[in-house]
Design a binder for this molecule. Sequence first.
Ligand SMILES: [Mn+2]
Length: 357
Amino acid sequence: MLTKKQIQEIRDHLDLAQNPLFLFDNDVDGLCSFLLLQKYSGKGKGFPIKSYPDLTLDYFRKVHELGCDYIFILDKPIVSDEFFEEANKFNIPIVWIDHHDNDGKPVPKSVNYYNSLVNIKKKNPLKKNIFAEPTTYLCYQVSQKKEDLWLAVVGSVADKFVPDFYSKFQKEYPELAIKTKDAFEIFYRSGIGKIAQIFSFGIKDRITNVIQMMKFLMKAKYPYQVLEETKENKQMHYRYNYINSKYQKILDRAIEVGKKSDKVLFFKFGGELSMAGDLSNELSFIFPKKIIIAAYSAGIKVNISLRGKNVRTPVLEIIKKLENATGGGHRDAVGATVRTEDIDEFKKYIEKFYNKE
Ligand SMILES: [Mn+2]
């Protein structure tokens, strides 16, 4: 959560900006954060950040291209030093709002930095396994526009967080909500969750289509405008239906594998779309007690997404033993990449780790 003082400071920045540039992480939390602040201020342009892991200098050219006088960075944990240096050179103020752990990398004094995780840690320095409110939640604290409540729910739920204002939303849109405390359940089983899924596939479309979607959403006032297919959102629906039909087929196969598997559910798949992250999330929702390994073959390497209790521990152990293997993430949600010839060894190691228990 942001403090009252922080909320006021961010509002002051938004009021001061004539033409702000909102650079946001390329996911639903990032997109909704941008929409909330843009709708609040009524000014500026948005652009998703596709560079990983950091926001690179390239993105600074958007400041010149669009003639922006202020930069808001949303939901991105790392920003390159060159980006900050360029902003200093052109005297462009930066406001950075996030909820990730930035691994202690110092933030330059010139940057106005707001982070819900930092706020929690300041209050309870010893607290472990903190789940800080997503950036969307923080941006809604700033904007407080009641008509945008649905967007605040979409961005929060997509980051696996049920916000305290969910009950309010439930009252306002009972047909789009379900009664639960489980963010996954809202995401997979409700109308508002379907909007989060539409955004999730849409934001990863080609950039011209993403910009078209953003323009549509900047004008949209109600969730039904998203759910209903119209001339303005045709491409967004096309993209969702196209990816979703492929995704459902893969998911069905994985569920069959899951029904037959023991503690560890290992599922390997190929094809044009890497959806290992989406897949492991949904499989962990369907099989909450299992350890999920979703492995997407991409030629010479395999991209793996894992879910399950303490799964980071065995993953960090095994990637040390394999050549050119990388991986990391949260305690119960991890991504990794290994060479194709090493995937069996990787799988066996994880299975052995859990069968010991
Ligand atoms: Mn986020």
